[in-house]
Write a protein that binds this ligand. Structure first.
Ligand code: G6P
Length: 465
């Protein structure tokens, strides 16, 4: 059946990116849950995906857009506008603020005007590519002004926005000098989605504190005059079946053997993160160092594999963090290595999906210990890869996923002794307990499947209830 309304997705990063392989340019589908969820929806019902033309694509040869069965529209920003909008505001102000890391917020140099003009550019392309009654789904903190910009011109469209990061309490959000503008921008939408109930409540508290609109906490509605704006808890997940299938792929299993041999059959503790100060990587390394210090046999029995994906390299806080982690890894390895056995294996690069899944399958324990995280899909990916119901997930109580993955071992990532002790507990867990926990975890991860997430959000957006 043809959809009643044209679907329009708007995000900073697009579903396809240009890549150069063996001297030739080509389009590849971007990694990540959002693309995995929405690309199939758009392929099946048609529509448009609007995203920024990436800086890297600026000077490259013109390549025909990939033929994906739906329309791809891009927003071109001037280089300085792109830098101000992405690095200066989105990454240096909004990201730390929304993660409640107030002291990392860099307000003094923030070019707010670039954020406004970039959001305007996204809204203009969206207006040009959509119809009066389209279903428009705006994504994330880069585009918080877009809903109101659309509302002015598209009163009959249904506009949704999803927050892929945490939403902080009013005392933190209030630090933002443009807090009213952001709330006004978001309240142009009909439906706002958040990962957890706590984030919904904190958002409503911000609206109550910083605007005059009436807030109905029970129904989770903000009344903008007689127009209701609904806030909804809609936890995102991963494409579970795809990950499970990959986890049983012969290529992945061969890679698992190679990894195990490579580390001399020690048991593996795994961390996988984008390089980001919200992920608690230095804290995790310190906890592992304590573990090595107190257990003299640990260096022979265990190896800690940390995969760190380069990210936002133009922002100072990220470059500084990279140096700190390099130093810590060098220091710990220097102190605890024995010939042929280095305690930390550290990758600073993107692993392909085969290698990544092989690491998930090879790891006895996953340490997912962010200081704060909207959801954290690494936890879901690890669980979905454990098709034999073994392995232990150690999860930060400050990750959104801790609200759902109740059979993990929980830690406060700031409490290094607690992390150390929980790691010992994970490594000595009985097979029976491990299997019981993992079975439950896998059930929950299936319930949170990303396709259900997209379906539920879009149905609610369309029907309004
Ligand atoms: C993480 C966050 C998303 C965000 C994305 C942007 O995945 O959870 O909320 O949109 O990073 O990353 P980027 O590389 O585009 O800055």
């Amino acid at each position: 059946m043809a959809p009643a309304r044209q679907l329009v997705v708007v995000s900073n990063r697009g579903p396809y990116r240009q890549e150069s392989a063996r001297g030739r340019q080509r389009w590849v589908r971007a990694a990540g849950g959002l693309v995995a969820a929405l690309d199939p929806v758009l392929i099946s019902q048609g529509g448009v995906w609007i995203s920024a033309k990436q800086a890297k694509d600026f000077d490259t040869v013109k390549l025909e857009r990939p033929d994906v069965g739906y329309e791809l529209a891009t927003v071109s920003l001037a280089r300085s506008e792109q830098k101000g909008f992405y690095d200066g505001v989105s990454n240096a102000v909004l990201w730390p603020l929304l993660h409640s890391m107030a002291t990392t917020v860099r307000l003094s140099e923030a070019p707010w005007s670039s954020y406004v003009s970039a959001n305007r550019a996204f809204a203009d392309v969206t207006l040009a590519s959509s119809k009066p009654r389209s279903l428009i789904w705006v994504q994330d903190y880069h585009l918080m002004l877009v809903p109101a910009m659309l509302r002015e011109k598209r009163s009959k469209a249904r506009v949704g926005w999803f927050c892929h990061v945490p939403w902080p309490p009013p005392d933190i959000f209030g630090i933002l000098p443009w807090r009213e503008d952001v709330l006004e921008g978001l309240l142009g939408a009909d439906l706002l989605g958040f990962h957890t109930d706590d984030f919904v409540v904190q958002f409503l508290e911000c609206v109550e504190r910083f605007t005059d609109y009436e807030v109905d906490y029970k129904k989770q509605i903000v009344w903008c005059g007689d127009r209701p704006v609904r806030a909804m808890t809609a936890p995102i997940g991963i494409a579970v079946r795809d990950r499970e299938a990959l986890a049983s792929d012969p290529g992945v299993l061969a890679e698992v053997d190679r990894i195990r041999q490579g580390i001399g059959h020690r048991r593996i503790i795994l961390g996988v993160d984008r390089l980001d100060y919200t992920k608690g990587i230095p804290e995790r390394l310190s906890a592992f160092e304590k573990f090595l210090r107190t257990d003299r046999l640990a260096r022979e029995r265990y190896v800690f594999v940390q995969v760190m994906v380069p990210s936002r390299t133009d922002v100072r806080a990220y470059a500084e963090l990279k140096s700190e982690i390099d130093r810590m890894v060098g220091d710990i390895n220097g102190r605890y290595a024995i010939t042929g056995r280095v305690p930390i294996h550290y990758f600073y690069r993107n692993l392909d999906q085969t290698q990544l899944t092989a690491h998930y399958r090879a790891a006895d324990v996953a340490l997912v210990t962010p200081l704060r995280d909207g959801m954290n899909l690494v936890a879901h990916e690890y669980v979905a890869s454990r098709v034999q119901n073994d392995g232990v997930l150690v999860l930060s109580e400050f990750a959104g996923s801790s609200h759902y993955l109740k059979d993990a071992l929980f830690v406060n990532p700031y409490d290094l002794d607690a992390v150390k002790q929980t790691l010992s507990r994970a490594l000595s867990m009985s097979r029976k307990e491990m299997a019981e926990r993992m079975r439950q975890l896998r059930r929950h991860v299936v319930k949170l499947d990303v396709h259900r997430w997209a379906d539920r959000f879009l149905k609610t957006l369309e029907s309004g209830v």
